[in-house]
Structures are given as structure tokens and as C-alpha cells.
Design a protein around this ligand. Structure first.
Ligand code: NAP
Length: 300
């Protein structure tokens, strides 16, 4: 039995569609009506939040493997949002003898920037918490997702601009969520691995914001340029949106560390399937979102 948490999210719903044909799957979901029609009746459903002790106890009973994903929670401190949310599950992994866990996490482990990288530091601490439960654990070490750009579809459509805080010419890896789901599926189906480790999941090449602007311009057939925002401006925007102050600082610290090279220099290991290129992702996913009527754009 494989348990999928966050099965309605960007990564989780893709993973669910990959695993449903492969045998017993159980999902933990707050609202089962949000599960895709095609999988209803084909998976066991546990209703509740995977941050809740009683829910994970039910969900993990008899589980061989678990896909673990912490939902973004900007109303908590980074430590509460990652390790606090995961603590009941880590206890349940140990108590119920779950064999294998695959979690979504971030690049940066082992780098000098890892202990002052805000949300990334919190995500790596969550990995340590899970690893400490005694399960075999693989952290999917992810850079920023291509899909973050969907949040900018409106500003790309209206003004031809996307915004971030890193230097315009700093190359870094990015990744498509579909590739993260595929990596998770591979590890959950072939559980011959043991111990604790981190698996980088990267797009095929490092790209700077200027590279992204050039490729988006080509693929969308309209000019797109990069606007670099200061960390102070980012902090004010996040606080203006009502984020927890410590969480906002966690985002700022993460962005500073990324600008200092947190994600740089990771080796690309051979992968079972070719990674999704940015141009391909723009053509398939970003372009329809940018061309859609504003009210039709759904960032998920
Ligand atoms: N974005 C990046 O660049 C990046 C980079 C590295 C790592 N990450 C990590 O990737 C993860 C986000 O992945 P994603 O994009 O697939 O997430 P997502 O699309 O935002 O999905 C979040 C999922 O969590 C569920 N959820 C929300 N609040 C919940 C709660 N309180 N209890 C239980 N479930 C809850 C949602 O379900 P319902 O709302 O349907 O209940 C949904 O299934 C985060 O852990 C983040 O740290 C992100």
C-alpha cells in the first residue's frame, strides 16, 4: 500500500495519476470532492489533514510507503510550517513501522548557505526529522518550480514582465512539477533503496532570469522582460499580503541564499526519463495560461 499526501496539489495529483494503475493506493485528503473523477473509487480515501495525528495514524496503518508533501503555510513560522506540520507523521512512521518515505524538499544540503536559507533551511530540518524516525527516506531535492511562473501569468500578459529577486544573469536549475512526480513515482514503486539520502530533481539546464525572459519571448511570441525586485520590496509585499512575519523573513532569506548561489553547481545524475525543458514547458503550460482570459487562469 502506497499512501499519497496532498493528492490534490500540483505534484500530488500528477503522482496519483501515475500510481493509480500500479496497485493499492491510499490518499489523505481534506475534501475528497477535489479528487479527480477518474481516480474516485480506485483509491482508498482517508479524510483529514496529514498534519493531524489521528488522521496520519489511520492513513499510515498498513502502509508500505508514503509520499510526503508539506503544504505551503504562510501563516506560521518556517519551523512550524515544515517540522511542526510533519511531527505527527514522523511519530506515526516510527510507531506503525512504515518502510519507505519519499518527501518533497529543496536543494542546498551540504552547502555553506544551507543553515541561513529560510524556508530551505526549514525544509532540510524537516528531512532530518523524517530521517530520524528510522524509515528509509529519500528527499527530492528541488530547485524553484517552473510552475511558480504561472503566478505571473497576469503580469506577463498585461505588461510583459516577470519579477524575482536574483541577479538577471545568475544561472540556476529549475524543474517542472511533472518531473518531480515522475521521480517520486519511480522511488515509490521500486523500493530497493535503503537508508537516508537526497535525490536532486532538476530541469535539463541551468537558466538565468535573462535566459527565461528570452525563451518566454520566443515561445509566447511576445516580448517578456525580467524585473529584479529588491529583498526589501519583496518583504514589504509579503507583509502587505498578511504573511506571518517569520515566514516572510524565511522567504527573504531563501531568496538571498539563492542569489548567493544556494542551488548552483549540483550534478545532473542520469534520469530514467528526459527532464522537461523550459521551452517545452512554456509552449505546453505557460502559453495557454498567458493567452487565457484573465478569469480563466488557474495557477494549479
Ligand atoms: N514552489 C517551489 O519553487 C518549491 C521549490 C522546492 C520545494 N517546494 C515545496 O513543494 C511543496 C509544494 O508543492 P505543490 O506545489 O505540489 O503544492 P500545492 O500545489 O500548493 O498543493 C498543496 C497541497 O496541500 C494540501 N493542503 C493545503 N493545506 C493543507 C492542510 N492544512 N492540511 C492538509 N493538506 C493541505 C492541498 O489540498 P487541498 O487544498 O485540496 O485540501 C494540496 O493538495 C512545498 O512543500 C514546498 O516547500 C516548492
Amino acid at each position: 500500500m502506497i499512501v499519497i499526501t496532498a493528492p490534490t496539489g500540483n505534484i500530488g495529483r500528477r503522482l496519483l495519476s501515475l500510481l493509480v494503475a500500479h496497485g493499492e493506493v491510499r490518499v489523505v485528503v481534506r475534501d475528497p470532492a477535489r479528487l479527480p473523477e477518474a481516480v474516485r473509487g480506485r483509491v482508498e480515501v482517508i479524510i483529514g489533514s496529514h498534519g493531524d495525528a489521528a488522521t496520519v495514524e489511520r492513513a499510515f496503518t498498513g502502509a508500505d510507503a508514503v509520499f510526503w508533501l508539506v503544504p505551503p503555510d504562510a501563516s506560521a513560522t518556517p519551523d512550524e510550517a515544515f517540522s511542526g506540520f510533519t511531527r505527527p507523521a514522523a511519530r506515526a512512521f516510527a510507531a506503525l513501522g512504515v518502510g519507505h518515505v519519499v518527501g518533497v524538499s529543496a536543494l542546498g544540503r551540504g552547502t555553506p548557505l544551507a543553515d541561513r536559507a529560510g524556508l530551505v533551511t526549514a525544509s532540510l530540518a524537516m528531512d532530518d526529522l523524517i530521517a530520524g524516525s528510522g524509515v528509509a527516506y529519500r528527499a527530492l531535492a528541488c530547485p524553484s518550480f517552473y510552475e511558480n511562473l504561472l503566478e505571473e501569468a497576469g503580469s506577463i500578459r498585461e505588461d510583459g514582465v516577470f519579477t524575482d529577486t536574483v541577479a538577471a544573469d545568475r544561472p540556476a536549475p529549475l524543474v517542472a512539477v511533472a518531473d518531480i512526480a515522475a521521480a517520486a513515482a519511480g522511488l515509490l514503486l521500486d523500493r530497493s533503496w535503503t537508508g537516508v539520502g537526497s535525490v536532486p530533481v532538476l530541469g535539463p539546464q541551468d537558466l538565468s532570469p535573462d535566459d527565461l525572459a528570452r525563451i518566454m519571448t520566443e515561445e509566447l511570441g511576445r516580448p517578456v522582460r525580467y524585473r529584479r525586485q529588491s529583498l526589501d520590496e519583496l518583504r514589504s509585499t509579503l507583509l502587505g499580503h498578511g504573511l506571518d512575519e517569520a515566514f516572510a523573513e524565511g522567504v527573504v532569506d531563501m531568496k538571498r541564499a539563492k542569489d548567493q548561489g544556494l542551488d548552483a553547481g549540483v550534478d545532473r545524475a542520469p534520469q530514467a526519463a528526459p527532464a522537461t525543458g523550459f521551452a517545452q514547458w512554456c509552449a505546453r503550460t505557460l502559453k495557454p495560461a498567458v493567452l487565457a482570459a484573465p478569469e480563466a487562469v488557474d495557477a494549479r
